[in-house]
Design a protein around this ligand. Structure first.
Ligand code: IFM
Length: 404
């Protein structure tokens, strides 16, 4: 793919960045914040010779307070869109009791975005749940659905005048496999039945939330963020093509198919390529790797976008990025990914926006603060944001709606 010539993007293309509440806001009390400090977690980290305090989200990037600093970063980049999530535990700290001060803070933030010409995309659930919802059984229990819908209705009604794009769920397949199959994330289960129960409850929650959000305002555009992996059949061998087809169905399509009638757009989060053979290969034997050892394979996004054409819906790339503290590969990766996005658009895929993960450094879940995904570096002592060189590279693209 030749990314060196000038490539123009369609008019009204959304150029954004993405973040999530638990990873940047700070000061949250939810199932994740409790788990970060739990005996089991602390013991595990100590056994691995790691300092448990480096893995507690705490004040994170203090973004709930540092709204203006984050908006200044967006303006420096020339963004016209921003994807972020609200935190359920902050909005509904007790069942049925809503904190309107928290909602007002989100509303004020969104109004500032709008005043700066930045379109908000609001994610309702990006993984943590309130402690009282955890105690109902979390997403494993169907009892969580009604409270989730209540929270959805309250939040959407409150913010609706300023928001057109809603995302109900972030990466349901990642959450479910990490939390209920691999046992890595809270509640650390390794249980196939629980896994299926959670998937089922998330599907129901999305479908019903879709109807609620549409009833509040028929113009609302609603989707989820789907974490799709580019599975490539090694050597294009028949057996590997079968394996690929199975993996595509299991990981990329199953959830999207179940909610196909209840989504106005598809949100694609792209990070991984996987060379499929008798095993599944995600090792870092690529030319370039992120600080997390994830192989960088920009072409994968082209194939995933082509695959999404069958849904006949607009596509927003709601996340794509890398941990790269030294900013060695970020500009190259953005350039190559966008050249591949452009190629898909030229071949008819209705891609309407790109959101880089992430605006600023953030708390990377079980990996703590070490992975640095930000176009802006965060000093966790002072909360100062400092542009990495790739921020200027991305800004040039956003300002001109053009690569090169
Ligand atoms: O940080 C995460 C985000 O919360 C969900 N998508 C992948 C990102 C990088 O791992």
């Amino acid at each position: 793919m030749n990314a060196d010539k000038q490539l123009n993007f369609p008019p009204q293309f959304l150029w954004g960045c993405a973040t999530s509440a638990h990873q940047i806001e700070g000061g949250l009390t939810n199932d994740w914040s409790e788990w970060e400090k739990s005996e089991r977690r602390v013991k595990h980290l100590r056994q691995a010779n790691l300092k448990p305090e480096d893995f507690v989200s705490g004040l994170a990037a203090n973004s709930f307070v540092e709204q203006n600093a984050d908006i200044a970063c967006m303006k420096q980049l020339g963004l016209n869109a921003y994807r972020f999530s609200v935190d359920w535990s902050r909005i509904e700290p007790q069942p049925g009791i809503f904190d309107e001060t928290a909602l007002d803070t989100y509303l004020e933030f969104i109004k500032k975005l709008r005043a700066g010409g930045i379109e908000p995309l609001v994610t309702l659930w990006h993984w943590p749940v309130p402690l009282w919802a955890r105690d109902l059984g979390g997403w494993q229990s169907a009892k969580i659905i009604e409270p989730f819908l209540r929270f959805t209705a309250k939040t959407v009604n409150y913010l609706n005048a300023e928001v057109n794009f809603w995302m109900t769920l972030n990466e349901p397949t990642v959450y479910t496999s990490q939390s209920y199959l691999a046992g890595v994330w809270p509640p650390q289960k390794k249980n196939l039945l629980a896994y299926y129960q959670v998937i089922g409850n998330l599907i129901t929650a999305h479908r019903q939330a879709y109807d609620i959000i549409k009833t509040i305002d028929a113009n609302n555009q609603i989707g989820i963020a789907s974490h799709n992996i580019y599975f490539e059949a090694r050597g294009n061998k028949l057996i590997n093509r079968w394996l690929k087809a199975g993996a595509d169905w299991w990981w990329n399509e199953r959830f999207l198919n179940k909610i196909a009638a209840k989504q106005d757009f598809i949100g694609l989060n792209y990070y991984f390529h996987n060379l499929v053979h008798y095993g599944f290969n995600r090792r870092c034997d690529y030319d370039k790797c992120s600080d997390m050892g994830w192989g960088l394979h920009p072409e994968g996004i082209y194939y995933l976008l082509k695959d999404l054409q069958k849904y006949d819906k607009p596509v927003y790339i709601t996340e794509n990025g890398l941990a790269d503290k030294g900013d060695q590969h970020r500009s190259w990766y953005i350039k190559e990914v966008l050249a591949n996005v452009h190629r898909a658009i030229a071949e008819g895929v209705a891609v309407k926006g790109y959101f880089h993960w992430s605006l600023i450094d953030n708390f990377e879940w079980s990996h703590g603060f070490e992975p640095r995904f930000g176009l802006f570096e965060v000093d966790y002592q002072t909360f100062e944001r400092r542009a990495r060189p790739s921020a200027e590279f991305y800004a040039d693209i956003c300002r001109h709606n053009r690569l090169g």
